[in-house]
Design a protein around this ligand. Structure first.
Ligand SMILES: C[S@@+](CC[C@H](N)C(=O)[O-])C[C@H]1O[C@@H](n2cnc3c(N)ncnc32)[C@H](O)[C@@H]1O
Length: 511
């Protein structure tokens, strides 16, 4: 395999003066986030940059309080009056640093004068990663990246740590990204470990994704492309909820400068993509007639609604509904068909989010409940025509949109999750009536959470038939969606479909 192939496909790094790459890099901001530091005036020598401080505070909250960057950072930027290009710069600093942590650690480990990274004070290490991202993932001039990061280390940790950071970052800045990646590729001989470092994923996730690609009939040689896609920020994708608003009506509400570049979704008739902006500000989103939703999430909900069900329909169930994106889409379709949706969620605060997501639906067509989905099937046997089990999972299929999650999840999380997934699927099969259909969905392609759960639950049962989910998906989209494999289940992929890696199995209860 070629060097490039082993490393993964990276964008063509155009070069500008000084040998630094001019193009945004893998996991970089692209045109939306603005990688060049905005010009700020009026800071005295030695003062730390407030925008980088906001980024460092967010990284600290993520590291020490298990916080989510996408919740902490916007709040912090609002409180500190940081907006526009400064806010975009801070966002790229945080997201890029978190996503590419594995890659930067492999590089930093070669710049610390043989000091292992686990012996570097964690707050210093986080700031070194922040500096490395400015040097290698953004278009920040090297002197600014080093001096601003060293100022942060001095002010937040100690003068001595500042000296150490200075030496390490100068060593990082001695080569550009291309050169560093060539070096990692030539020095790390194990295939999985090399991909883990170059494409910044934990090694166990690399192994899991390789197995899943193979199991779904895709060549393992696609793995670098898949990992690379996980490092690309996803497009802003909206859903126009049927019967409540059309994609065209949503586009009409978008700022004229962005509307020209709005495009329909690739597959789902309900989807549209925006080049940026603040979708939460659109009237249709504020009124819950539209929402922000990955196209893969839309596709699995649409496929359940399109699956063949025998006889009259009256009641649908979303067993694990929070925060309610799929409930809102299913509920909109249900309302059009005169069907009632029950949206169940175990966590009260997430049930409140479901109520918000479904607020635009006619009141009589949806009921939001708080309860344990594991017991619902026993309590209401055979009461529903269609049931969605969008099970709690590792979220390994949505790494693009959750920059820190790949480092938080551990293989030890799997047994607890798969036990819960099995219980929920069994409950769903009890809740669906004969002739009705259950969709088992995860935003993870990990085989233990997908095919293995379905196989475990169906073992020894002859009252359930596996439907061809590809046919339902094609019926739902009316388009020829390529790369759906041999079936009967569907596994979507970021590098093939441009969606999160959603898994879908459709199961019909025969008796
Ligand atoms: C993957 S999320 C569902 C996402 C949702 N379908 C959407 O599109 O917005 C899984 C949800 O299951 C909920 N959950 C976990 N255990 C549950 C249980 N025993 N019963 C019902 N819901 C549960 C979690 O709180 C979480 O909100």
């Amino acid at each position: 395999m070629s060097e490039q192939g082993r490393r993964g496909q990276r964008p063509d790094h155009g070069r500008s003066g000084g040998g630094r790459s001019a193009a945004p890099r893998a996991g970089g901001n692209g045109p939306r986030a603005g990688g060049r530091p905005p010009q700020r005036r009026g800071r005295r020598g030695g003062e730390v940059d407030p925008v980088r401080t906001a980024a460092a505070d967010t990284l600290e909250a993520v590291a020490t309080s298990d916080a989510y960057a996408n919740l902490v950072l916007p709040k912090l930027l609002r409180e500190r009056g940081i907006s526009g290009r400064d806010a975009a710069f801070a966002t790229e600093l945080v997201y890029g640093t978190l996503r590419l942590r594995g890659r930067y650690d492999a590089i930093l480990a070669r710049c610390t004068n043989d000091r292992p990274l686990d012996q570097v004070d964690p707050p210093v290490l986080d700031l070194l990663r922040l500096g490395a991202h400015q040097l290698l993932g953004m278009r920040v001039p090297a002197h600014a990246a080093v001096s601003e990061t060293v100022a942060l280390v001095r002010s937040r940790v100690s003068l001595g740590a500042g000296g150490f950071a200075n030496a390490v970052l100068r060593a990082v800045s001695a080569a550009d990204l291309e050169t560093w990646l060539d070096r990692l590729s030539s020095e790390i001989h194990d295939d999985g470990a090399r991909l883990a470092a170059v494409e910044s994923h934990p090694a166990w996730v690399v192994r899991a994704l390789r197995s899943s690609l193979r199991a779904h009939g895709r060549p393992a040689t696609e793995l670098p492309e898949l990992l690379h896609a996980d490092n690309e920020p996803p497009a802003v994708t909206l859903v126009a909820r049927p019967g409540l608003v059309s994609p065209e009506e949503v586009v009409a509400q978008v700022d004229r400068s962005l509307a020209e570049d709005a495009t329909p979704g690739r597959w789902a008739p309900t989807a549209l993509r925006l080049p940026g902006g603040d979708p939460a500000a659109l009237p249709a989103v504020r009124e819950a007639r539209a929402g922000v939703q990955d196209e893969g999430s839309q596709l699995v909900a649409l496929a359940l609604a399109a699956a063949p069900v025998e006889g009259q329909e009256a009641r649908w169930l979303d067993l694990c509904a929070g925060p309610g994106g799929k409930s809102a889409l299913l509920g909109a379709i249900a309302a059009e068909r005169g069907v009632h949706l029950v949206a169940n969620e175990v966590a009260p605060h997430r049930a409140r989010l479901v109520a918000q997501s479904t607020a635009a639906l006619p009141r009589e067509s949806v009921e939001v409940r708080t309860g344990d989905g594991r017991t619902l099937g026993e309590a209401e046997p055979g009461a529903y025509d269609r049931v969605l089990v969008d099970a709690p999972c590792t979220g390994l299929g949505a790494l693009r949109r959750r920059p820190e999650s790949r480092w938080r999840r551990l293989p030890e999380d799997l047994p607890g999750l798969t036990a819960l997934q099995r219980d929920l699927l069994e409950s769903a099969l009890a809740a669906v009536r004969p002739g009705g259909v259950v969709a088992y969905v995860t935003c993870s392609p990990h085989l233990a959470e997908t095919s293995a759960v379905v196989a475990d639950v169906l073992r020894g049962r002859d009252d359930v038939t596996r439907l061809d989910a590809r046919e339902a998906l094609l019926a739902a989209t009316g388009r020829d969606v390529p790369g759906l494999g041999d079936g009967p289940d569907v596994q979507l992929w970021p590098h093939v479909h441009g969606t999160d890696a959603m898994f879908l199995a459709l199961l019909r209860r025969e008796r």
